[in-house]
Design a protein around this ligand. Structure first.
Ligand code: ZN
Length: 298
């Protein structure tokens, strides 16, 4: 009698194993924006299914969640955010959706920078991922959070995150080599919003941004005029636009200051799949290459 059941049971077990690779069985994880989504996917591998609230090429500073976002969040077991004031809408979304799952701030433990915004108020700079040594902290936080929710995957999460840490170290070494080829007095760049504080501090580059740390505030005519004088005085040719921002401001600036606007930098969001920055590593390599080439023109 018992023997008869062995085969069907074995067949059923096989089915379940096969299903294990399908989305339905994967750990559902929500991230706040596309760069985190890539990091979480790298650490979680095929054990998880990642969704993101702010899509590629979109601006997290001014995002407004839709009812579908609340629905997707409720289906998740873990919410990964940057924090440091980057997603001012996230807490409200968690509350209004009634989300009771786990949460982790990927930036937890990062040494933060304080900057003065366009209204001369001191604020924490949220763009910590622009320094790859901070992203080492991010991926370890992500691995710990995934292990918490899914303990049986913890050794996989650890292996994946440590392999990625090696890639981050390679990226960092490459970037240092690229910038070493630019003489120190030429290491200055104009970007539209002030997202390169961590990047600039780490690689010794001065970034000047008319729009401040958040894209919410537009600079005044007086501030733009002051910047134009600065560009002319310091002879800065490296002027860049960002993928998620409004390029109009810089276009105006470059016209009035007589400089050419350089290629797009990917800052607070990945490019769409197939674009030049559809992963964090590609995003950083793209920016490093463009910035190094641009600064040589200064
Ligand atoms: Zn930003």
């Amino acid at each position: 009698m018992f023997k008869k059941f062995i085969l069907p049971f074995a067949a059923l077990a096989l089915c379940v194993t096969a299903l294990g690779t399908q989305a339905a069985d994967k750990l559902p994880v929500m991230t706040s924006f596309s760069i985190l989504s890539d990091l979480v996917q790298v650490v979680g591998g095929d054990r998880i299914a990642v969704k993101t609230l702010v899509a590629a090429d979109e601006d997290a500073h001014v995002f407004e969640p839709k009812p579908a976002d609340a629905k997707n969040l409720l289906l998740s077991k873990l919410l990964v955010t940057n924090d440091l004031g980057f997603e001012p809408w996230a807490q409200k979304l968690v509350k209004s959706a009634g989300y009771k799952g786990q949460r982790v701030a990927a930036s937890q433990g990062v040494k933060t920078r304080t900057m003065t915004d366009t209204k001369s108020k001191d604020e924490t700079d949220p763009h910590a991922w622009q320094d790859p040594t901070n992203v080492v902290i991010y991926v370890r936080n992500i691995a710990a959070a995934l292990s918490n929710v899914d303990p049986s995957g913890s050794s996989i999460y650890k292996t994946n995150s440590e392999a990625y840490v090696k890639e981050l170290e390679e990226l960092d070494a490459e970037a240092k080599t690229a910038f070493a080829a630019v003489s120190p007095e030429k290491r200055k760049v104009i970007t539209s919003h002030d997202a390169f504080g961590y990047f600039g501090a780490h690689y010794g580059i001065r970034f000047i941004a008319p729009q401040g740390m958040s894209t919410e505030a537009e600079p005044s005519a007086k501030e733009v005029a002051k910047l134009i004088r600065q560009i002319q005085k310091e002879k800065i040719k490296a002027v860049f636009v960002e993928n998620m921002g409004n390029p109009k401001l810089l276009a105006q600036l470059s016209k009035d200051a007589g400089v050419t606007v350089g290629p797009t930098l990917y800052v607070d969001a990945l490019s769409k799949t197939g674009g030049p920055a559809d992963s964090y590593l590609k995003l950083m390599r793209h920016n490093v290459m463009q910035l190094a080439a641009g600064m040589k023109q200064n």
